[in-house]
Design a protein around this ligand. Structure first.
Ligand SMILES: Nc1ncnc2c1ncn2[C@@H]1O[C@H](COP(=O)(O)OP(=O)(O)O)[C@@H](O)[C@H]1O
Ligand SMILES: [Mg+2]
Length: 291
């Protein structure tokens, strides 16, 4: 059985891969994988049939590789592929568990900043009292705000960092601005996390396939900095999560402890510019073939 990769197509030319992923397509093929194309815009618009029009019937099974998709759209992708006699190597529940913080948090609780969350639709920031109740289990110091998937780290002071949870007015203002900027793209709801001091030097993104760390890259935000994290505590947590292809972003805290800033589904995690993902695709192709 050969391993398939479902890459996003070029929005301007549906018959070829999105140029952003061209080097990865070549790498996937070199590893012995087959590739097919998905129309990401059509998937996000809810037209699964059109999204999968270029996927041959009874092909796969596939790793998806491309831009992020909401968990509900990934479920539709999973169903749509099955209706064509194809399958995904990461089933929808596993995607949700790795992609959204509430899915992975319990397994990584000892390794990641303490967090609270509340499912909410876009455009509905909680009131001050509701935020005070939500964050009561956290230490009343600095905190970070995000949704179940993404932060507004590029608007750090305005919509991400809260200097002290003791000041509900400031917390409310940051949360309101966060909801405003996320708008309809808000994923799942609100997360508030205790802030931990990390040393400068960038995060390491570790890529795991079937519980093994097959590649460590820099984080895409700091491609020139590649720390070498200790994985002793992370490995059992990744195995306990039980998802086949995940990433863990690790940062060194000022007290010398490696912390998990974020877990992600590997299918939608970014590679930093200039990295060689060959070991990753070699591992994925082998894992997907069932050998
Ligand atoms: N709890 C935290 N303590 C300290 N810094 C944090 C914390 N959470 C996030 N950050 C910083 O903010 C950045 C973005 O947060 P992250 O959770 O990775 O969101 P995103 O999905 O937007 O990358 C991280 O790379 C890290 O530098
Ligand atoms: Mg991140």
């Amino acid at each position: 059985m050969s391993t398939g990769y479902l890459f996003c197509s070029d929005p301007l030319a549906a018959g070829r891969p999105d140029p952003f992923f061209a080097a990865e397509v070549a790498c996937a093929r070199r590893s012995g994988g087959e590739t097919a194309l998905l129309d990401h815009d059509a998937l996000l618009a809810g037209d699964t049939e059109a999204a999968l029009a270029r996927v041959p019937r009874d092909s796969g099974p596939y790793w998806y590789r491309g831009w992020m998709v909401p968990v509900s759209r990934y479920e539709e992708l999973d169903q749509g592929l099955r209706a064509r006699g194809c399958g995904l190597l990461t089933p929808a529940p596993d995607f949700g568990r790795a992609h959204e913080l509430p899915g992975w948090y319990d397994v990584f609780a000892d390794l990641t900043p303490r967090s609270v969350w509340r499912p909410l639709p876009p455009g509905t920031p909680p009131s001050g009292p509701a935020l005070a109740a939500l964050t009561a289990p956290l230490h009343p110091g600095p905190a970070v705000v995000k949704d179940f998937v993404k932060s507004r780290k590029h608007e750090w002071d305005e919509a991400c960092f809260v200097p002290s949870l003791a000041h509900t007015d400031k917390l409310s203002a940051v949360v309101r601005r966060f909801f405003e900027l996320q708008d309809d793209s808000l994923a799942g709801g609100l997360v508030v996390r205790e802030y931990e001091p990390f040393v400068p030097g960038g995060e390491a993104r570790v890529w795991w396939v079937d519980g093994e760390p097959v590649l460590t890259t820099a984080h895409p935000d700091s491609p020139a900095e590649l720390p070498a994290p200790c994985l002793t505590a992370v490995r059992p947590a990744v195995r306990a999560l039980g998802c086949r292809w995940v990433t863990t972003d690790l940062a060194l805290r000022e007290d010398g402890v490696w912390r998990v800033v974020e877990v992600g589904d590997g299918q939608v995690s970014g590679l930093p510019a200039g990295s060689d993902p060959s070991p990753l695709f070699d591992a994925l192709t082998l894992a997907g073939s069932g050998r």
